[in-house]
Design a protein around this ligand. Structure first.
Ligand SMILES: [Cu+2]
Length: 358
């Protein structure tokens, strides 16, 4: 009872303090809703030598997190205390950098070898501890020999930090997709420990570690509010175009933009993230692709690489005789769209697994 007057009274009691402090206190009293206290979330991961199939017969020797590329989804809430135990089961040293995390007071958990820690040697374990801030679409990746381990060996995964107090548009979202873009140089596919040097020819291009036609459609229905989280995990620029719609460019590197804008093509580079909000109002089958056309090949074959489609539930896909994917077996959670609906935690996806290297 009388909660509001009590709060105001508490604010008023601070009035004798310096005016600026009072102003700040009053703002806090009005603006801050009660929030759940932060939780400690403990996870563990291993680094493994893994053979990943990019497309068709093209495989690649990766150093993966839990045998998959992208690595497991880590989904936490802003303010959570995160503890992640990382065991290195490969023959080379690695670390994990938590890209986007402020690491206030925990800079030795930033995961950079010879700058914030020694690299984790083969056979050893290291535990990272940090607070999940700020919120938004973040990611994690190895920081040892990044030119090879990140650019070519698939050592990355999504780190999604939900805000404690989400803006209204985020509460409208009905489908949430994570898309990590990377390119590969097949010359080094079977030579772990080498490659990622100037002059490399990037000839395979993947979304979540698979090239078209081994990617998966985004299955939506009219009325959906679709959030698409684009992450530049590789070494090249991408210019993603979605047919039949425009989308709101909602957030950059996790931060909601002060002035979101409409677009149908979005350019992003290595390390960058963009969150798009697409309102599903145009039933059909629509192409989604990198408009850097060279990124839509598999080696020397056209019609591959960074391509997928949006399929509306309203369209009977199997009846479209011309549609390449009319009989495609749908594999859920390719974009972590199912895991993103689950409670906070760490999630693997069978769709992203490779095979243990012999
Ligand atoms: Cu590494």
């Amino acid at each position: 009872m009388h909660v509001i007057p009590m709060i105001l009274q508490r604010c008023a009691l601070r009035a004798p303090l310096v005016a600026s402090i009072f102003a700040a206190s009053a703002a806090l009293c009005v603006a801050s809703p009660p929030t759940a206290s932060a939780e400690t979330r403990h996870f563990s991961m291993t680094v493994e030598d893994t053979i990943l199939k990019l497309v068709d017969k093209q495989t690649f020797h990766t150093f993966s997190f839990n045998n998959q590329t992208p690595g497991p989804l880590i989904h936490v809430q802003e303010g959570d205390d995160v503890e992640i135990e990382v065991e290195n089961n490969t023959t080379l040293p690695h670390t994990i950098h938590w890209h986007g995390m402020f690491q206030r007071g925990t800079w030795k958990n930033d995961g950079v070898p010879d700058t914030t820690q020694p690299a984790i040697p083969p056979g050893e374990t290291f535990t990272y501890r940090f607070k999940a801030e700020p919120s938004g679409t973040m990611w994690y990746h190895c920081h040892v020999n990044v030119n090879e381990h990140v650019a070519m060996r698939g050592m990355w995964g999504p780190l999604i930090v939900d805000p404690k107090d989400p803006p209204p548009v985020e509460k409208e979202v009905t489908k949430d997709y994570i898309m990590m873009f990377s390119s590969w140089s097949s010359a080094w596919a079977k030579k772990p420990g080498y490659g990622g040097i100037p002059g490399d020819v990037q000839d395979f291009f993947t979304i979540n570690g698979k090239a078209y036609p081994d990617t998966q459609p985004l299955r939506i229905k009219e009325g959906d509010v679709v959030r698409i989280r684009l992450i530049g995990a590789g070494d090249e620029m991408h210019s993603v175009h979605i047919h039949g719609h425009d989308f709101e460019v909602y957030a950059k590197d996790g931060r909601p933009l002060a002035n979101p804008y409409l677009a149908d093509t979005i350019l992003f580079g290595p390390g960058e993230r963009y969150d798009l909000i697409l309102r599903a109002d145009n039933p059909g089958i629509w192409m989604v692709h990198d408009h850097i056309d060279r990124h839509t090949v598999n080696g020397t074959s056209p019609m591959g690489g960074m391509m997928t489609t949006i399929e509306y539930e309203e369209i009977p896909v199997k009846e479209q005789a011309f549609y390449k994917w009319k009989n495609k077996e749908f594999v859920p959670d390719f974009y972590y769209e199912e895991s993103m609906k689950k409670p906070f935690g760490m999630y693997e996806s069978p769709a992203l697994k490779g095979d243990p290297a012999p």
